[in-house]
Ligand binder design. Structure first.
Ligand SMILES: CC(C)=CCC/C(C)=C/CC/C(C)=C/COP(=O)(O)O
Length: 292
């Protein structure tokens, strides 16, 4: 008794097609089996989904009798009946899907290549301690404690206003990064050693890089609110860039985590600037702080 055969169709959006009606299942050109692409234009009459071309996997060359060692064990004589709609698996390899997959593959490959300080035995393992020092320079705790300390020492309204907004920026950053990490749940690269200085539970995830968001946010904040000589301004930008690069070199992140982190941090500053806290729009905050 012939074993029941489950047909699976792979839908390819926009794939070029040849109508199934024009090819015989047993024609020599098809080796007795059949690749069935139903054209976007040509298969409406056959009741096909007009947005999809279909490849019947069970009849693909690898399933053809004799074309694969195991396939010969299951004789197939009659062409299969038409597929019910619910038996199809939509893989939908759209152009966007293919582009994203390719970007992801490049991202993983490049990140692995750049992860030269991921372990002591890595090719640049000797600079790992320096990278970890850089890591602490962009960590949330020193920035939060430093800002609180400066706030407590500040004796001018203008200084307090800037520092209050920096505190707001740092807290907003922590919140947004935690939210995104929890939503996206992208794992850190396999070559990462989880030996980071104080982390939150969401920090087991890598997208986006919290260090990169902070680096972009803080450096844009400093450049806009501190009067610095040009060499110092260059140093601030360099610090942010090298901190981002060090995340990939340490194996903590993939390149896209850091790139998106820079973008997010940059945008976060725009939010902070837009909602700028001042004694006029948030008097309670300033009065409360003054009473401390
Ligand atoms: C007020 C409060 C919740 C402070 C928490 C500060 C803290 C532990 C931040 C975590 C910073 C961190 C390890 C971020 C991870 O950075 P990635 O670049 O590895 O994403």
């Amino acid at each position: 008794m012939p074993s029941p055969r489950r047909n699976v169709e792979v839908r390819a959006l926009g794939a070029s097609a040849s109508s199934s009606s024009s090819s015989s299942p047993s024609s020599p050109a098809h080796g007795g089996g059949r690749f069935e692409f139903q054209s976007l234009l040509g298969s409406r009459a056959a009741g096909a989904d007009p947005t999809c071309a279909r490849l019947r996997v069970s009849e693909s060359p690898v399933h053809r009798r004799g074309s694969f060692p195991l396939a010969g064990a299951v004789p197939s004589q009659a062409p299969p009946p038409p597929l019910p709609e619910e038996d199809r698996i939509d893989l939908n390899p759209s152009f966007l899907g293919i582009a994203l997959r390719s970007l992801l593959a490049i991202d993983l490959w490049l990140s692995k290549k750049l992860g030269v300080c991921a372990g002591e035995s890595s090719s640049w393992g000797s600079v790992r301690p320096l990278m970890k020092l850089l890591e602490i320079s962009g960590h949330g705790i020193p920035w939060l404690l430093g800002t609180l300390y400066c706030l407590s020492r500040s004796d001018s309204w203008a200084g307090r206003e800037v520092l209050m907004n920096l505190l707001f920026a740092l807290l907003l950053d922590l919140l947004l990064v935690a939210l995104l990490k929890g939503l996206v749940r992208r794992r850190r690269p396999a070559h990462n050693q989880m030996d980071m200085f104080v982390t939150l539970s969401v920090d087991k995830y890598s997208f986006p890089s919290g260090h990169a968001t902070r680096a972009a946010l803080v450096s844009r904040f400093i450049l806009n609110h501190l009067v610095l000589a040009i060499p110092l301004r260059v140093l601030v930008v360099l610090w942010a860039f090298i901190l981002g690069l060090s995340r990939v070199m340490l194996g903590r992140h993939n390149v896209t985590d850091v790139a998106f982190g820079f973008f997010l941090g940059y945008m976060q500053y725009s939010i902070v600037d837009y909602c700028w806290l001042s004694p006029h729009n948030a008097p309670v905050l300033f009065v409360l702080w003054n009473q401390q």
